[in-house]
Write a protein that binds this ligand. Structure first.
Ligand code: ARG
Length: 252
């Protein structure tokens, strides 16, 4: 019996070592025992600053994934359009930033299973008379965050006059409140947060696009991709993901 117990102990120990352990670095991260997440923490409720810490849905999902992998999470807050380069160069292990899966991005990184659906929406001043982007017209100015899908799709949209790019979504919203631009195109949940913080603005009913969020991982890093997908699957199945989302997004 004693022997059996010690065999079981040794087995359990080597299994837990395998999670974030020894020589082969089986968790698939660049540094043993550490999961480096690149994000742009200007995107509530997914990632934003709260005092000295970065909080939000993505931050908590990453924390839960890291825990399942037996890793410590390290978050790097960088410009949104630097996230894919950091991931594909291996400086960061995953990009988690309310990042939309697109065919174009799939050329540079692999994506995990999706963990959320989203859409691009249009913010306009209340009583602007605008009910759709096509009302804006040839000399309109639409604000977006640089490098986001809002930027990419608006830049391709002939019904929009000029696309004005900002480092942060919030800066675009401020320009809108100051009357410098006519509308902002941004993801639906951050739009709700920004509108609630800036009186006099509203979100148009009609979505501009529908999208899915996923984690970006260096192309070909199947070990990490499998680990992240497995963790996500477990977090979906046991209700953790729903719980995290419910903490940050009020049910409608
Ligand atoms: N979903 C959009 C995109 O992928 C915007 C994401 C912006 N995320 C952020 N953390 N600032 O392009």
């Amino acid at each position: 019996m004693k022997k059996l117990i010690s065999v079981a102990l040794v087995l359990a120990m080597s299994l837990s070592l395998a999670a974030c352990g020894s020589s082969g670095n089986p968790e698939g991260t660049a540094t043993k025992g550490v999961l480096v997440m690149a994000t742009n923490a200007e995107f509530p409720p997914y990632e934003y600053h709260d005092g000295d810490s970065i909080v939000g849905i993505d931050a908590e999902i990453a924390e839960a994934i890291a825990k399942k992998m037996g890793c410590e999470l390290r978050i790097e807050d960088i410009a949104f359009d630097s996230i894919i380069p950091e991931v594909s160069s291996g400086k960061a292990d995953i990009g988690l930033a309310g990042m939309t899966v697109t065919e174009d991005r799939k050329q540079s990184v692999d994506f995990s299973e999706s963990y959320a659906t989203s859409s691009q929406v249009v913010i306009v001043p209340e009583n602007s008379g605008i009910s759709s982007l096509s009302d804006l017209g040839a000399d309109s100015i639409v604000g977006v965050q640089t490098g986001t899908t809002g930027d990419i799709y608006c830049s391709d949209d002939d019904s929009i006059g000029t696309v004005e790019r900002y480092n942060k979504g919030m800066e675009a919203v401020q320009a809108l409140t100051q009357g410098k631009i006519d509308a902002v195109v941004i993801d639906s949940e951050p739009a709700k947060v920004f509108v609630s913080e800036n009186p006099g603005l509203m979100v148009l009913k009609e979505n501009y696009t529908n999208e899915e969020y996923a984690a970006a991982i260096r192309k070909g890093n199947t070990v990490l991709l499998d680990n992240v997908n497995k963790a996500l699957e477990e977090l979906k199945a046991d209700g953790t993901l729903d719980k995290i989302v419910a903490k940050y997004i009020a049910a409608e």
